[in-house]
Ligand binder design. Structure first.
Ligand SMILES: NC(=O)c1ccc[n+]([C@@H]2O[C@H](COP(=O)([O-])OP(=O)(O)OC[C@H]3O[C@@H](n4cnc5c(N)ncnc54)[C@H](OP(=O)(O)O)[C@@H]3O)[C@@H](O)[C@H]2O)c1
Length: 296
């Protein structure tokens, strides 16, 4: 069964910046971070084979090796399909996408070994491979599901048409795309409506613009969002990060933000956004701050 109603945490913990591509957390620091997330009942972790140049999954796997009961408390998402040029993959001759059966199966075996688990909760195709053959991918997903190695499948960064093409052959559980006040196109290009039509929840990567909304910037959109956001933070007695998450959470598609922070206090802060209820008007105040104009 591809469980389309999988019970994800309302905020997903992204791992991209926890290891070599960011904070470089050592095993004990990572353990404290993960345990604190679990204590907050945030149990869904988003990986990809490539994070940390193919090292972050194994950093995380060390925790599961040291604590065998932890695995059952977590949901592990990982991704495959991007081939990076790196010394850790000397056989790759060009950066490319690969959704062949051989590559998907090999990538899943690597992820299972690195994460020290015998199943993945969710496998996502990381980017829309231009050579993707939906029937062949569906057969491969079926094989992985029937073997018990992967419970559910989805895609990432797929256009609505690309989503439909694969979803017609195999029921997908999500489309993980970039969504934030700095990236509005999923609201207008059919990405979110397609998820709603299929009764699945989208996942939002870079939900606070990769941190851009907290840094000094000459970008007029960032400046407007910060100015208007500051006023709304006073109204809702919250911080800017909480307002940004609450803005995503208000959408009826049930957006699941994938947090990128490696600071546990910022995860705690994000958790409080679940209690903020923006009015429709304030949602549009932020929309218009981003676009620089009123809606038509
Ligand atoms: N599917 C895909 O193609 C794809 C692509 C990119 C990412 N992802 C997934 O999405 C996750 C999130 O992406 P992201 O890291 O770009 O998301 P993000 O949460 O928008 O950005 C994270 C960055 O913002 C900073 N930040 C967060 N809250 C802050 C605050 N309150 N004040 C100041 N700085 C703050 C973080 O720094 P600190 O760590 O210092 O807090 C970090 O550098 C990744 O971990 C990964 O799992 C998926």
């Amino acid at each position: 069964m591809n469980d389309r109603n999988m019970d994800f945490s309302p905020l997903i913990i992204g791992t991209m910046r926890l290891g070599r591509w960011g904070a470089g957390l050592k095993t004990q620091q990572l353990e404290r971070f993960v345990n604190a997330c679990v204590e907050m009942d945030l149990r869904t972790f988003d990986h990809a084979d490539i994070y940390g140049d193919y090292t972050t999954e194994s950093d995380f796997g060390q925790l599961l090796k040291n604590n065998s009961s932890l695995r059952a408390e977590l949901q592990l998402i990982t991704k495959c399909g991007i081939k990076l040029l790196h010394a850790n993959r000397p056989d790759h001759t060009i950066k490319s996408y690969d959704t062949s059966r051989e590559h998907i199966l090999m990538s899943v075996e690597n992820s299972l070994r690195n994460l020290q688990t015998d199943y993945l909760d969710v496998l996502l195709i990381h980017r829309p491979d231009y050579l993707l053959n939906p029937q062949q991918v569906a057969e491969c997903f079926t094989e992985l599901r029937d073997s018990g190695k992967v419970r559910a499948f989805g895609v990432s960064n797929f256009t609505p048409d690309q989503f439909d093409m694969l979803n017609t052959c195999f029921p997908l559980i999500t489309n993980q795309v970039e969504i934030s006040l700095l990236t509005l196109n999923p609201f207008t290009d059919g990405t979110l409506s397609r998820c709603m039509l299929n009764n699945i929840r989208p996942m939002a990567w870079s939900p606070v613009g990769g941190g851009a909304l907290f840094k000094p910037s000459s970008d007029p959109a960032v400046q407007r969002i910060k100015m208007v956001g500051g006023e709304l933070c006073e109204k809702y007695s919250c911080d800017l990060d909480q307002l940004l998450y609450a803005w995503l959470l208000k959408h009826p598609s049930g957006i699941l933000p994938v947090l990128g922070t490696s600071n546990i206090e910022r995860v705690r802060s994000a958790r409080r956004s679940l209690d903020i209820r923006l009015t429709r008007e304030d949602w549009y105040v932020l929309w218009s701050a981003s676009t620089g104009e009123d809606v038509a």
